[in-house]
Design a protein around this ligand. Structure first.
Ligand code: ADP
Ligand code: ASP
Ligand code: MG
Length: 456
């Protein structure tokens, strides 16, 4: 068995779904279990509908719901066999009727909880998985739809739920292999349900994570992540186009890149794959012949120190200065307790004797964080930054990497530097306006000569 995950752009239209069917068909002998994201930008659209509801803009959310239904209906009808169109219409009617009730309820109550956000955003994957399973049958690929909420069990941290692995693996092993022996199984990514059956989601971009959970649960031989780029590239193409494909990379490197902003992979994806030692491939559904990126436990030897440069935009820098005596102990503990209490992850940190600078990308609780920190320190918060992170197993063994980095960045103002925490990354913070220049300079410094074993 293999898991094949197709992201939003890979199932964004009838044409895209037809391409997916062809790719899956070519792999039919390997008993694929297919995990799909919501079609195109559906998740964003569902969240926008929730926002219109909570703001009481009734005409707008009714129109948005109509548009979303029309979009699904228009694309799906082109890939669903004639004799199953009535069934398709019924399923679309049922889902959109339920969704409309939910959205109206939110507008009336004027309250949008994480739990109701999950209820609404789950419709994207519920619809896409159903449509794709019908489409496969239309294209001569016997397929069966499985509701992921019946097998992916999570905790109750709605909008960011974590899987409960033992129960999830048990349910996956009990149901999926028997089905996959005879048909292609199609499931929605991103969604699950709590132990008491309430719909939950794994967080934005979570379908990659679903794919690896499913892969681990069924003992798949490979997990394929099909997306809209040729694989992991040497730079984020939205910041610097024209990067090279990385042919192979370790789990540790891929996890670090994902954590520091390489959106092509959800950061949690590698966890189940590492534990069960299942290779993960990143592939392009528009160019299925490109061999993509292979993520494995042991990276092959590489002459380049750096494998790729990850970036994160919209980063906020927080400077915390101690107002107490110099060298008072307990300062760091108190700072991190504040971030912990407000469930805000800190990405990069640098410390001096009396001050700490750190970065966060979730600023939803920044007002309370600032208030709590002000009890024992002075605080300065600066928005508009970006983190840049060079990742490579060899960084720790290669002398002179730091000198090359700062040589390349001689014209860029660097606000914070962090190296060594994980041994395989070197990260720093720049103003967002300098991001492109910084990445461009680093890319030409580190990727002008390429080891042909590792880069394309
Ligand atoms: P999907 O919908 O298939 O899950 P995503 O949009 O989540 O696709 O991820 C793919 C995108 O990740 C690419 O289109 C690209 O813009 C972005 N990306 C960021 N960093 C990298 C990188 N280093 N290599 C490849 N893609 C990257
Ligand atoms: N559809 C979800 C999102 O847009 C999950 C995913 O695509 O991975 O975040
Ligand atoms: Mg994604």
């Amino acid at each position: 068995m293999i898991v094949m995950k197709f992201g939003g752009t890979s199932v964004e239209s009838a044409q895209a779904i037809e391409r997916v069917a062809a790719i899956v068909k070519a792999n039919a002998a390997r008993h694929p279990v297919v995990v799909v994201s919501a079609m195109g930008k559906t998740t964003n659209k569902l969240l926008a509908i929730a926002q219109s509801a909570i703001e009481g803009r009734r005409e707008e959310f009714i129109r948005q719901l109509h548009d979303l239904r029309d979009f699904h209906s228009r694309e799906a009808r082109q890939v669903v066999p004639l004799e199953r169109r009535a069934e398709l219409d019924r399923v679309l009617d049922d889902h959109f009727q339920e969704l409309t009730e939910l959205v109206k309820g939110i507008a009336v109550l004027g309250e949008l909880t994480p739990r109701s956000i999950d209820a609404i955003s789950s419709y994207g994957e519920r619809l896409s998985s159903y449509v794709v399973s019908l489409a496969f049958n239309h294209f001569g690929l016997p397929a069966v739809h499985v509701d992921s909420r019946k097998v992916i069990v999570t905790d109750r941290r709605h909008t960011q739920a974590a899987p409960i692995f033992t129960e999830t693996y048990k349910r996956l092993a009990d149901t999926i292999p028997a089905l996959a022996a005879r048909q292609v199984v199609v499931m929605g990514g991103f969604i699950g349900s709590t132990e008491d059956g309430v719909t939950s989601t794994l967080g934005r971009g979570g379908s990659d994570f679903t794919a690896s959970i499913v892969g681990a649960g069924i003992g798949a031989e490979e997990i394929q992540i099909w997306t809209d780029v040729d694989g992991m590239l040497t730079a984020d193409p939205t910041v610097l186009p024209g990067g090279h494909r990385v042919k192979t990379i370790s789990f540790a490197e891929a996890a670090e890149l994902a954590y520091f902003g390489a959106k092509v992979l959800h950061p949690a994806t590698v966890i189940p794959a590492v534990e069960h030692n299942i290779p993960v491939l990143i592939l392009n559904s528009r160019r299925p012949d490109v061999p993509g990126t292979r993520i494995v436990s042991q990276a092959v030897a590489c002459r380049n120190a750096v494998k790729s440069i990850a970036c994160k935009k919209k980063v906020t820098l927080v400077y915390v200065y101690s107002t107490r005596m110099l060298m008072a102990h307990g300062f760091l503990r108190r700072i991190f307790e504040v971030f912990d209490r407000h469930e805000t992850a800190v990405d990069m940190v640098a410390t001096s004797e009396v001050s700490v600078s750190l970065t966060i990308d979730n600023t939803s609780r920044i007002a309370q964080i600032r208030e709590d920190l002000t009890e024992f320190s002075e605080v300065v918060v600066e928005e508009g930054h970006a983190t840049v992170c060079l990742v490579g197993d060899n960084i720790r063994y290669t002398p002179g990497v730091a000198a090359r980095v700062f040589g390349a960045l001689r014209n860029v103002n660097v606000a914070l530097i962090s190296q060594g925490a994980s041994l395989l990354n070197l990260g720093f913070v720049v103003a967002e306006k300098d991001l492109r220049a910084a990445v461009e300079a680093l890319h030409s410094e580190f990727f002008t000569e390429l080891d042909p074993e590792v880069f394309d």
